[in-house]
Design a protein around this ligand. Structure first.
Ligand SMILES: NC(=O)C1=CN([C@@H]2O[C@H](COP(=O)(O)OP(=O)(O)OC[C@H]3O[C@@H](n4cnc5c(N)ncnc54)[C@H](OP(=O)(O)O)[C@@H]3O)[C@@H](O)[C@H]2O)C=CC1
Ligand SMILES: O=C(CO)COP(=O)(O)O
Ligand SMILES: [Zn+2]
Length: 346
């Protein structure tokens, strides 16, 4: 059986803190609600969401930070102890993932209230939690609703919007890898999921000049692309349409570094290199990332070139069941260095 679940409502616009109660009421959500935020996102929007909800619901809140199992358990504990009926995640990818997994494990719905446009987990059904045996995302459920306030997302440093482009542009190489796995390994391939995923990437590439400005129009475009990318993953029933070898490279960096760069920054650079390996137009990908202000070199990423090479050589081991351009044996050190040098990443 292949169950596809999607958000019931996606609200995109301005001053949406006031809209949270209306959305919750339309979805027949009841008290008590748990608001989940991080230390920063509490100040950015969390407290306001909490205040607004208090007019109609019994409200509890919790501050968490890193997306690890300890924090998921903390949120789960609150949900169980307080008999929470639904949750709302106000934050970046980490806060959304913690809430997504806790809500899935406890069987309650959650609303996604992103404060950045930096990742395509906003509307997706999977959660990335660190410290698990799986170094990649695991299955959960998508949010019941997404409320994306452009004014709030605009307050995030520009770096986050550029990272969002890096996460969406990954779809180009992810779908190439998926097609390869379909041809070579007979893996299930969804034309619809692949088409939606590639379209999202192509649209941000086309609109890079608008996105670069960091104004409302560009933010809207990135948010829509991130949501579409999440929907493509739900259609596929896995992160396949949005995660190929470029994501394996990013996961490898996460393993090797105490302080990795932003997820989307790393996947963007991974896309340049994997596009080169696929023999497609990697220069166009690099140009798009440059245009939106995303890093395109190890130096800009703040990562030692040696670590880039190492990540490229170990990436294929991270999710061996997902066939990619890296093949079963991965890149030799020489091949990794060459690919990184030719593309100007190191
Ligand atoms: N589930 C999925 O399908 C996917 C999941 N991911 C995951 O998402 C995570 C990456 O998300 P990302 O958003 O890049 O990073 P984080 O969620 O880790 O956020 C990084 C920092 O940005 C802060 N922040 C959030 N919003 C704002 C704002 N408006 N202004 C200023 N600072 C802000 C956060 O604050 P605070 O400290 O308050 O939290 C945090 O300190 C990774 O763990 C990745 O694996 C990525 C793609 C897909
Ligand atoms: O980040 C993701 C999609 O953008 C999720 O990918 P993974 O399943 O590789 O963690
Ligand atoms: Zn990603």
């Amino acid at each position: 059986m292949h169950l596809m679940e999607f958000p019931r409502e996606v609200v995109l616009g301005h001053n949406l803190v006031h809209e949270v109660v209306n959305v919750a009421k339309r979805l027949n959500l009841e008290s008590p609600v748990l608001v989940v935020y991080g230390p920063k996102t509490k100040e950015i929007a969390g407290k306001d969401v909490e205040r607004e909800l208090k007019s109609s619901f019994d409200v509890h809140s919790i501050t968490v930070k890193e997306a690890n199992m300890k924090n998921v358990e903390k949120v789960l504990g609150k949900i169980k102890d307080l008999g929470i009926k639904w949750a709302i995640a106000v934050g970046g990818g980490s806060i959304i993932d913690i809430t997504k997994l806790a809500s899935y494990k406890s069987g309650i719905p959650f609303i996604s209230f992103p404060t950045t446009a930096s990742h395509d987990g906003i509307a997706s059904a999977n959660a990335s939690i660190k410290g698990l045996e799986a170094k990649t995302s695991i299955k959960a459920r998508p949010p019941l609703a997404v409320i994306a306030d452009i004014g709030i997302i605009k307050t995030a440093p520009r770096r986050y919007l550029a990272a969002g482009v890096g996460d969406v542009i990954s779809n180009i190489t992810a779908v190439r890898d998926w097609k390869l796995a379909h041809k070579i390994r007979g893996e299930y391939f969804s034309e619809y999921a692949a088409a939606l995923s590639v379209m999202s990437a192509k649209m941000v590439m086309r609109d890079a000049e608008i996105i670069r400005l960091g104004e409302d129009e560009g933010i809207r475009k990135v948010v829509k692309a991130l949501i579409s990318s999440g929907v493509a993953m739900s259609i596929a029933g896995s992160s396949r349409p949005a995660s190929g070898a470029e994501h394996l490279f990013s996961h490898a960096l996460d393993m090797l570094l105490d302080k990795p760069a932003l997820h989307g920054e790393q996947t963007g650079i991974g896309t340049i290199i994997m596009a080169y390996l696929h023999g497609i137009n990697w220069k166009k990908i690099k140009e798009t990332l440059k245009t939106v202000g995303a890093p395109t070199t190890a130096y800009e990423l703040g990562i030692d070139p040696e670590i880039i090479i190492e990540a490229l050589t170990i990436a294929h081991k991270i999710r061996p069941e997902r066939y990619t351009i890296l093949g079963k044996d991965g890149l030799t050190r020489e091949a990794a260095e060459k690919a990184a040098k030719i593309t100007g990443v190191i």
